[in-house]
Design a protein around this ligand. Sequence first.
Ligand code: FE2
Length: 192
Amino acid sequence: MTPDGTLRGFIDDVDRVVGTTDDEHEITKQVAALLSALLAGGYRLPPEATRPSKEHHVNYPLHIAPGDSWCLVSVVWSPGQRTPVHGHETWGVVGIHSGAERETRYLKPAGGPGRPLTPAGEQVWQRGEVTVCCTTDDDVHAVTAVGDAPTVGIHVYGGNIGTMRRRLYDPATGEVRWLVSGWDVPDAGARS
Ligand SMILES: [Fe+2]
């Protein structure tokens, strides 16, 4: 998908931030401000980047920076779809383009596997809201799409999130599995 002019400007702004500092807390603060402004300005993704799948939530790449230094993603859920409890192993910022999602957070386990995860709160995010979902040291959550309409999020991550090895957690036991999520391909057809 080729970014339109508005999204191109956002990508250039994030490039500047990522090129200025390695501090994840500073990057996420600045990217969150940029993403809030993008959504407050009424930015709408093209329809092919907002199509849900009946099977599972989908990740459409909007931009992958050279060297996989960061990426921009449209994440789309049908109502009721949910992620497993997962980590990101990098920083990330999430803005709600449409619909709503419930985020359930957990503390990142410091020790080895074998202990239940510690819940760290739950929040519903609505259209236009932006949250720092993760820094490398605090990156564990699960997300459920809530409401009657599909949920679409614009996500920014500090790497190529589709090719990175990431953790999936069993919150009851702390057991870890590793996953590479891959990417979904926007379909210009009439899939629903
Ligand atoms: Fe996530």
